[in-house]
Design a protein around this ligand. Structure first.
Ligand code: HEC
Ligand code: HEC
Length: 229
């Protein structure tokens, strides 16, 4: 017969073993978790768009946005060189109806997530054609772009859109440099009247635009049109 002390010792050793096994299982699960995350990230990288497929898909868009994303009608935005993340966001918001436009809602309705990624890969790698600003508006437009308007509380546009107007791809913020002044002005008016609400809960563009006068909109969008990437 074993001494009660021995059996207690055995029990303790058993418990220690179970504990060790549990710990190594936790460690394993931890590793598996990290592995799963890496695989997920790899998978996301693979799911990114193909510019080649995007070019083929863009044939229906070319009539308005140009074959290489440079549109000829100043009311229709150029898409060449635009940030990929912003292009995808924009197409999704036309598709889900959170951004309203008679011409674009119908176009976006036909696009799958993969189509959007392919199209964004295509347009973001195209070269935006350079344009010019109205010389009479450059200095007032530049002042507003770089410094905002302290008196009325307009923030500096360059603070978010970048000193060269290239936006912020990581944040999904649009490049605005070289865009048609007419299109940009229409967007500022749409934010000002709260018709465009795609700037989310922060309402950053609705707030900025609500403080802009018509003259400021004209000057800053002309200046932006002349900004070169
Ligand atoms: C009939 C003309 C027309 C066609 C065809 C068209 N678009 Fe558009 N697109 C527009 C107009 C007009 C706007 C501006 C809408 C607004 O004012 O909100 C626009 C806006 C966009 C925007 C937002 C740009 C920005 O800077 O916010 C994207 C992205 C876009 N179109 C992509 C596409 C793609 C991709 C296709 C093809 C599948 C396409 N469009 C087909 C007219 C068109
Ligand atoms: C706090 C950051 C911030 C500031 C400051 C800011 N913007 Fe924006 N702007 C954004 C974001 C983010 C978007 C895209 C929002 C969306 O998807 O609707 C945007 C969108 C725009 C668009 C529409 C782009 C397109 O392709 O449709 C224009 C034009 C624009 N901004 C001009 C300006 C001007 C001019 C100023 C200065 C008076 C300014 N922004 C200040 C963040 C900012």
């Amino acid at each position: 017969m074993t001494h009660p002390l021995f059996s207690l010792q055995n029990k303790l050793m058993d418990t220690a073993k179970t504990l060790r096994r549990t710990i190594s299982l936790w460690r394993f699960l931890g590793c598996a978790g990290t592995l799963a995350t890496s695989l997920l990230l790899l998978n996301t990288a693979h799911a990114a768009g193909s510019a080649e497929a995007g070019q083929t898909r863009s044939i229906v868009c070319a009539g308005c946005h140009g074959v290489d994303g440079n549109s000829f009608n100043p009311e229709w935005p150029s898409l060449a060189g635009q940030n990929e993340s912003y292009l995808i966001n924009a197409l999704q918001s036309f598709k889900d109806g959170s951004r309203q436009n008679v011409l674009m809602n119908a176009q976006a309705a036909a696009l799958s997530d993969q189509d959007m990624q392919d199209l964004a890969a295509w347009y973001s790698t195209q070269k935006l054609a350079g344009k010019t600003a109205d010389p009479a508006l450059v200095s007032s437009g530049e002042r507003l772009f770089r410094g905002g308007n302290k008196a009325s509380g307009v923030p500096a546009c360059g603070a978010c859109h970048g000193p060269d107007g290239q936006g912020n791809g990581a944040a999904g913020w649009p490049a605005i440099a070289g865009q048609h002044a007419t299109y940009s002005a229409n967007q500022l008016l749409a934010y000002r009247s709260k018709q465009r609400v795609t700037d989310g809960d922060t309402q950053m563009m609705r707030t900025a635009a609500s403080r802009l006068t018509d003259d400021e909109i004209q000057a800053v969008t002309s200046y932006i049109q002349g900004l070169h990437p």
